[in-house]
Design a protein around this ligand. Structure first.
Ligand SMILES: Cc1cc2nc3c(=O)[nH]c(=O)nc-3n(C[C@H](O)[C@H](O)[C@H](O)COP(=O)(O)OP(=O)(O)OC[C@H]3O[C@@H](n4cnc5c(N)ncnc54)[C@H](O)[C@@H]3O)c2cc1C
Length: 563
């Protein structure tokens, strides 16, 4: 018999020191840390083995660093203090239960300003030299967003982030420290004398479906395993529209009737309820991060598969009735501010209107499979982005095959095409022309009051944007910049900002605020730490980073307490 964590109550015979539930990034990091500390781990995953890495495999691999060498080389002046100001203004912590989330935010900021980059670098992770400026801050001094570029795309995108941790885990499997078990779905946490001491669940039938597609949920058996601690790293709720709608906050209006899904079906949120049943507390359920620039994937992998455009600032943004979105709701600025505005229009979609010149420079599609040059570390293909007249091949493929794209040589045809995509022809060509012509007239004026044009100029003041990310200012109605392009944009579910409440060691807390013995959580299921370290809004690139930090923290803490 081994001793329980509390050291008082005899425990059932342990199958391992620690059981980790979910082999996404957070689970891999926690497992690797535990194995390196000499612990025996069982890592359970409901999906087949080739899916190791969870959402991170599909991700763009964007990571938030503060004052990195890449930023400094581009002349960006960043600091821990500036990033803290940006984070706190963006998070807007205002609840009593924000105690641990705020502490996690502070700890994460110190990590991102400190050892995060060198820790990854020593494990072989490298970064694209041009730092992106995702979730830009407008010139409102107290507003949300990044006041400087901080989005570092990993060389190799999401798979490049997963690789070193998968390698460490597989090495430890070879050393006999870790046992990987796939197609094992955890349905309950077991408890003994008030301490979580294991898991119970179903063995799912084997599946050979392509990664990311829904796999069978037919159970062919069951299992029960015991350990001194369980770490839950099961991801968020974005693949479960029922849970998203149930938690949708009134401040974002009513939930959309139609949403695209930005995550695979395994992001089902089930483990939240499972951990709650065992006594864990879930907080900030109503905080979530959905995008407003979703497009239907013409070549879908999972059901309702949407891709997020990471846009540059030049596209004009119109609501379903053809009214231009007000400042500062420009492409790539305030995601949730724009979402709240669009929900008030009563329609589930909006429009970008742009030119070929803009799409070539300014459309980045989030996702490893949408960026074969960066994912496959293919420098020849990467150079094509810069020298080719067309956009990157995946963007051009959307232009040719995407259900939301309209391409035309004149505005009349464009608006006819846009109206043909919707149930009712809501757009008036004359109204749109008036708006676009007014913007075009102001584009070269030094005295313009058009805030979006000013934002484009500010962006081009940053070398990285001027080099590859923000198109040279031009008239949208100039045929030489054409053809004209319209893109219908949908709301796309993605990240869960609330979750299991944890202390700074990653221990799951109960409703009375004290640790629930034997159980830890990390990654998206824990709101990336504390039950919501982002608060209401996020600064981008902080989700993968949140998995790295919280997975590492929980793994190290569990390893230490077992010592
Ligand atoms: C297309 C895309 C692009 C993205 N781009 C970025 C980016 O550039 N930067 C950034 O910071 N973030 C990005 N993200 C977000 C980021 O990838 C995720 O937030 C993060 O990877 C979540 O990791 P996780 O380990 O917490 O959960 P997941 O990756 O969801 O892994 C959880 C695992 O647990 C398993 N599981 C769940 N329940 C059970 C159960 N009951 N029993 C057994 N196993 C279970 C699941 O099958 C899954 O494998 C992106 C996400 C997507 C989808």
């Amino acid at each position: 018999m081994s001793r329980s964590l509390a050291g008082i109550i005899p425990q059932r015979v342990a199958d391992a020191d620690v059981i980790v539930v979910g082999a996404g990034l957070a689970g891999l990091v926690a497992t690797a840390e535990l194995a390196d500390a000499g612990r025996r781990v069982i890592l359970l995953e409901q999906e087949p083995e080739p899916w190791l890495g969870g959402q991170a495999f599909w991700s763009f691999g964007g990571l938030f660093f503060i004052n990195s060498p890449e930023q400094r080389r581009l002349g960006v002046r960043d600091s821990h203090e500036l990033a803290t100001r940006d984070w706190m203004a963006t998070a807007g912590f205002d609840r009593q239960e924000d105690h641990w989330p705020r502490k996690w935010a502070e700890a994460y900021l110190a990590f991102a300003a400190g050892e995060k980059r060198s820790w990854l670098h020593t494990q072989g992770v490298r970064f694209f030299p041009v730092v992106g400026w995702a979730e830009r801050r407008s010139d409102r001094p107290d507003g949300p967003g990044n006041s400087v570029p901080r989005f570092h795309v990993t060389w190799g995108t999401g798979p490049g982030v997963v690789a070193p941790f998968e390698r460490r885990v597989r090495d430890a499997v070879a050393r006999g420290r870790i046992v990987l078990k796939f197609r094992q779905r955890v349905d309950a946490l077991t408890t003994h004398g008030g301490t979580v001491d294991g898991v119970r669940g179903a063995v799912l039938e084997a599946s050979s479906v392509e990664r990311g597609r829904p796999s069978s949920r037919i159970a062919i058996g069951d299992f029960e395993l015991h350990a001194q601690a369980v770490i839950v790293t099961s991801g968020g709720i974005g693949g479960n529209h029922d849970l998203v709608r149930a938690a949708w906050p009134a401040r974002l209006g009513t939930p959309p009737h139609q949403m695209l899904t930005g995550v695979p079906a395994h992001v089902d949120g089930r483990m939240l309820a499972v951990t709650e049943t065992a006594g864990g507390s879930v907080i900030n359920r109503d905080r979530m991060w959905h995008y407003v620039e979703g497009i239907q994937n013409w070549n879908p992998i999972w059901p309702g598969h949407g891709i997020r455009i990471l846009p540059g600032p030049s596209s004009m943004w119109f609501d379903a009735l053809g009214s231009r979105l007000p400042a500062p709701l420009f492409p790539g600025f305030d995601t949730l501010g724009t979402l709240a505005h669009l929900r008030a229009t009563g329609y589930d979609y909006s429009w970008f209107v742009l030119t070929q010149r803009v799409i070539k420079r300014e459309f980045a599609l989030s996702g490893s499979e949408q960026n074969p040059d960066l994912t496959n570390k293919d420098i020849g293909l990467l150079l094509q982005r810069v020298i080719s007249k067309s956009g990157p091949a995946p963007v051009e493929a959307f232009k040719d095959h995407g259900a939301d794209f309209v391409v035309a040589n004149n505005l009349g045809d464009l608006v006819r095409g846009m109206n043909a995509l919707t149930d009712q022809p809501l757009l008036d060509a004359a109204k749109l022309e008036h708006e676009i012509a007014a913007r075009d007239q102001a584009i070269f004026s030094t005295a313009t009051e058009d805030a979006q044009i000013q934002a484009i100029r500010t962006a081009r003041g940053y070398l990285g944007d001027r080099l590859i990310r923000v198109a040279q200012p031009h008239r949208l109605l100039d045929p030489a910049a054409g053809p004209l392009i319209a893109v219908r944009l949908h709301i796309l579910t993605r990240k869960t900002l609330g979750g299991l409440q944890t202390d700074l060691s990653g221990r799951v807390l109960g409703s009375d605020g004290s640790p629930l013995p034997g159980v830890y959580a990390a990654g998206e299921v824990a709101g990336f730490g504390g039950g919501g370290m982002h608060g209401y809004r996020s600064l981008e690139g902080t989700f993968l980073g949140g998995c790295l930090f919280s997975g590492r923290t929980a793994g190290r803490a569990a390893a230490a307490i077992l010592a």
